[in-house]
Write a protein that binds this ligand. Structure first.
Ligand code: UT7
Length: 323
């Protein structure tokens, strides 16, 4: 059976670090409130002249370097982003040009914070169908551009960054011992639009708009949806939560991460956490956390990884893979 295996990872964070103390000078908040309610201590913010495509290109180059590949070895680029450089063309085509990739095809996926899971599942299907041998899957965001910096309920949470993986075709036996993506599960519920959305866009207001969120309602749905989509992945493969070596969750809020981990009865030392220093980087959060745990040696070949995320739409999803 044809499988797609993640053979390399990369990431990029803008140089500028914004601390809770600085935010407490901008809006009516405190370091104590932000840390206790979200777990976030600091986050990275893109420079004025840094675009989502720039962040994505840095992350992609790091992944290509790890794999020892050239951009022209890649058949497909997918960029998951809710903050594209322009309304069109796709940010992925800008990355294609930046990398000097002459063939193949590139497109964006928009599923907000679940974007990386949607992009990974899409690339996996292209690989499994035989249409693509190597894909570059990127999550990249400049959420600082759609934040209302006077809204203390959201401006303390979101941030900028990019993460990338290279997915390559490999032969597997069709069992859960195979390396590669074993199963992926995607969901959406358009009825929940008003709980998390951006109040602008080309067709509605002809402006970019600002992120609006009913935080406590999103929080409630997050733990429920994430736990259920993790169980769905385990049920599809006949594995149990005890088989998971690493949970790599969307980094929105430390309390959501802890709540999901507790429901799965996972020891906290099996959960990769970066939210304290990255904030919520939307589609970039899962590949950023993955890259960190790969590069510091926590993730080892043969281990079972569970990736999950939830975001605006609502959208939510999971991917279970063997490293
Ligand atoms: O990635 C997409 C998914 N997004 C998420 O998963 C985010 C989900 N939601 C959350 O993470 C949490 O709901 C928040 C971190 C956004 C908020 O935490 P909370 O414990 O749900 O707080 P709350 O919104 O219920 O607010 C509690 C109080 C309120 O004051 P009153 O009404 O009790 O007087 C807020 O006005 O805290 C106030 N508050 C703040 N105070 C200081 C809200 N934001 C702040 C702030 N600083 N930044």
């Amino acid at each position: 059976m044809r499988r797609s295996v993640i053979t390399a990872t990369g990431s990029y964070l803008p140089e500028r670090i914004l601390t809770n103390k600085e935010l407490s000078e901008m809006v009516d908040t405190t370091d104590e409130w932000i840390v206790s309610r979200s777990g976030i201590e600091s986050r990275h913010i893109a420079a004025d002249d840094e675009l989502t495509s720039d962040l994505a290109t840095h992350a992609a180059r790091a992944a290509l370097d790890m794999a020892g590949l050239d951009a022209n070895d890649i058949d497909l680029i997918i960029v998951a982003t809710a903050t594209p450089d322009e309304t069109f063309p796709a940010t992925a085509t800008v990355v294609q040009k930046n990398l000097g990739m002459k063939g193949g095809f590139a497109f964006d996926i928009q599923a907000v914070c679940t974007g990386f899971l949607y992009a990974l599942a899409t690339a996996d299907n292209f690989v499994k169908s035989g249409q693509v041998n190597r894909a570059l899957v990127i999550g990249a965001e400049t959420f600082s551009r759609i934040i209302d910096w006077t809204d203390r309920g959201t401006c303390v949470l979101f941030a900028d960054g990019a993460g990338a993986v290279i997915l390559e075709a490999a032969e597997g036996a069709g069992t859960s011992d195979d390396r590669g993506i074993l199963t992926s599960h995607l969901h959406s519920d358009g009825e929940k639009h008003d709980l998390l959305y951006v109040d602008g866009g080309p067709s509605s207001t002809q402006t970019t708009g600002f992120l609006r969120m009913a935080g406590p309602e999103v929080f409630r749905h997050a733990v429920t949806n994430l736990t259920s989509v993790v169980h769905e992945a385990l049920a599809a493969t006949g594995l149990t939560a005890a088989d998971i070596d690493w949970l790599i969750p969307h980094q929105a809020n430390k309390r959501i991460i802890d709540g999901t981990g507790r429901k799965l009865k996972l020891s906290p030392d099996k959960v990769v956490v970066t939210v304290h220093k990255h904030g919520n980087t939307s589609a970039a959060s899962v590949p950023l956390a993955l890259d960190e745990a790969v590069r510091d040696g926590r993730i080892q070949r043969g281990q079972l990884l569970l990736l999950e995320a939830m975001g605006g739409g609502f959208t939510w999803g999971s991917a279970l893979l063997r490293w």
